[in-house]
Design a protein around this ligand. Structure first.
Ligand code: SF4
Ligand code: SF4
Length: 202
């Protein structure tokens, strides 16, 4: 993979054309004012710098998709709301991460969240992966007990309809996710990461 594209603007154009990019040519309008960086919580707590992300995109620095820093953005949209020219580093990051995933980069970052993706097939909604339950219960004492008795609490409070979607809804959502390629994508991420884990353990 080359670091700087022959025509730097090609990289920005690729991002602009992506279906996830909702603002027309916002990337090209960046004036490097740094407002995004000054308000970004991820920048406050790490070396991550949203202004720098856009600078590298405009430089055609394709190697950014290999940089761990893009995974520090957690989509709070603060940068999106303060940018004076209507750019959204948040959306740019989402697109960069998809480029990375397509190039089999960052699968290790997603692997722990596969349980979240699986839950769309078993419950038609996103659910916290089981591996995080212990941590949540540690940080929010009593959370697990509350979660276990949620149905009883809802019944007591006369809350209807049931919290979980019906089997028909779950089947329909599963079909949509399969047809649109989501299922294949998570299976690819899971298998490539498991292969890497296995070869690292040898
Ligand atoms: S706030 Fe907007 S214009 Fe300013 S550096 Fe960030 S992306 Fe560029
Ligand atoms: S969406 Fe990402 S880049 Fe933007 S402010 Fe939040 S963490 Fe920072």
């Amino acid at each position: 993979m080359q670091k700087i594209t022959d025509s730097p603007i090609d990289f920005a154009e690729e991002i602009i054309e992506d279906v996830k990019n909702s603002k027309e040519e916002g990337v090209l309008k960046c004036v490097q004012c740094g407002m995004c960086t000054s308000t970004c919580p991820a920048a406050l707590h790490s070396d991550y710098n949203p202004r720098d992300i856009i600078e590298r995109v405009l430089d055609g620095d394709v190697s950014i998709i290999e940089d761990d820093c893009i995974w520090n953005c957690f989509y709070c949209y603060t940068c999106h709301s303060v940018c004076p020219v209507g750019n959204s580093v948040c959306e740019v990051n989402q697109i960069l991460k998809q480029f990375a995933i397509k190039n089999e980069i960052g699968h290790d970052k997603l692997y722990e969240y596969m349980g979240f993706a699986d839950s769309y097939f078993t419950a038609a909604i996103g659910a916290i992966p089981e591996i995080f339950f212990k941590d949540i219960d540690r940080d929010v004492p009593g959370w697990w007990d509350f979660r276990l008795h949620l149905d009883e609490i809802r019944k007591e409070l006369d809350l209807n309809p049931p919290l979980m979607p019906s089997k028909e809804v779950i089947d329909e959502v599963s079909k949509i996710l399969t047809i649109t390629g989501f299922k294949d994508k998570i299976e690819t991420i899971r298998s490539t990461q498991e292969d890497k884990n296995e070869s690292n353990s040898r």
